[in-house]
Design a protein around this ligand. Structure first.
Ligand code: TXA
Ligand code: MG
Length: 330
């Protein structure tokens, strides 16, 4: 299959939406990462997302809407806390898990009785969804296990030959995925930290979020898989004395004749000299924006060493780094 990479304009949105109406899969930008979309109400189209991505069949998809007023069409009810969160953060980098109704095909939710819903803040994303005339089911547009795409070129790298069309809307603003909250139970649970900070959410709810899924039932199946990984081995360092341990590891790796690079905050590059460093930017926001692109750009190295960032809103980035590092913090 030939994959068209089209610069965003009205014609590109029209062409992409036409593919969606024909039951095909198309990649589009959002403010978090690029999505791999299909008509959420078309089971056969949704199945093509799983095969294009190589996604395990028990990892459910987020359904994207152009406007929050349309979410009611896919769910049985919207509880009070969910309404508060929708008022505060939609459109935005927040995904809510709600009880689904029969319109949503089982392969979108992998048989769960809930569906994840989101209204992207990106104008291009909403224009595209509006043009489709249906909600759009979409995971991140990377091959399963790879770093999420924050540029159209990343999507092309992973999806060339697998999907017919990519809308190039430039770099995504935030750079990591939405926060996923389960609103289907008594109290709201945090399933995945992301673009909207936990602190902001707790301010709106007026209570502390319960973290993770209940033990009996893996509510966010996606969290158990290998994720966000470049081809290099990622080693994440954090805590007391991290910079000394980073230097020691770098030297050990190079002594073995392998190549390493250190990803760190701009202000810290000096402390690793003369070792090879790449700046993640000046602060947490920059680092979130850049991390997935830096993973892809630096994966010709054997080892990517990453400096963990201490920040009260740093849990989303830290979560991605821990996963990329295979669950280890050194
Ligand atoms: O920012 C984002 O959320 C991006 C853009 C494209 O919108 N999408 C994204 O999708 O990150 P994906 O498929 O890579 O991650 C979706 C996460 C997974 O961890 C999945 O398990 C969880 O949401 N999820 C989806 N439906 C769920 C459900 N019904 N219950 C619990 N978790 C669910
Ligand atoms: Mg993903």
């Amino acid at each position: 299959m030939k994959t068209v990479l089209a610069q965003y304009n009205k014609q590109a949105v029209y062409d992409a939406a036409e593919y969606i109406r024909q039951g095909e899969v198309v990649a589009f930008p959002t403010e978090t990462v690029y999505g791999l979309g299909a008509d959420a109400y078309n089971q056969a189209a949704v199945a093509k997302i799983f095969s294009a991505k190589g996604r395990p069949s028990d990892n459910p998809l987020i359904v994207h809407f152009a406007d929050k007023s349309e979410i009611g069409a896919a769910v049985t009810e919207i509880p009070g806390d969910a309404l508060k969160l929708m008022d505060a953060f939609m459109p935005g980098a927040l995904t809510l898990v709600l009880k689904k109704n029969k319109r949503v095909p089982d392969n979108v939710t992998c048989g769960l009785d809930t569906v994840a819903v989101r209204v992207p803040d990106s104008e291009i994303a909403r224009e595209f969804i509006r043009a489709c005339g249906c909600p759009v089911a979409a995971p991140s547009a990377n091959l399963s296990g790879r770093p999420s795409p924050t540029k159209a070129s990343h999507v092309f790298e992973d999806m060339d030959g697998r999907i017919p069309y990519i809308i190039d809307g430039g770099e995504t603003k935030i750079g990591l995925e939405s926060t996923v909250l389960d609103c289907s139970g008594d109290k709201v649970r945090l399933l995945r930290p992301g673009g909207v900070a936990k602190r902001e959410i707790e301010k709106v709810l007026g209570y502390k979020l319960i973290e993770g899924h209940s033990d009996e039932k893996p509510l966010s199946p996606g969290m158990k898989y290998k994720h966000y990984s470049p081809k290099s081995e990622v080693l994440l360092f954090a805590g007391e004395g991290a910079s000394g341990r980073i230097c020691a590891k770098y030297d050990e790796v190079e002594a073995k004749g392998m190549s390493a690079v250190i990803l760190c905050l701009e202000g810290n590059t000096g402390q690793y000299a003369p070792r090879r460093t790449i700046s993640m930017g000046k602060d947490l926001i920059d680092a979130q924006h850049n991390i997935f692109a830096l993973f892809r750009e630096n994966e010709y190295n054997d080892i990517i060493i990453v400096e963990g960032i201490e920040h009260e809103d740093g849990d989303a980035l830290f979560n991605r780094l821990v996963k990329a590092g295979g669950g280890r913090v050194l």
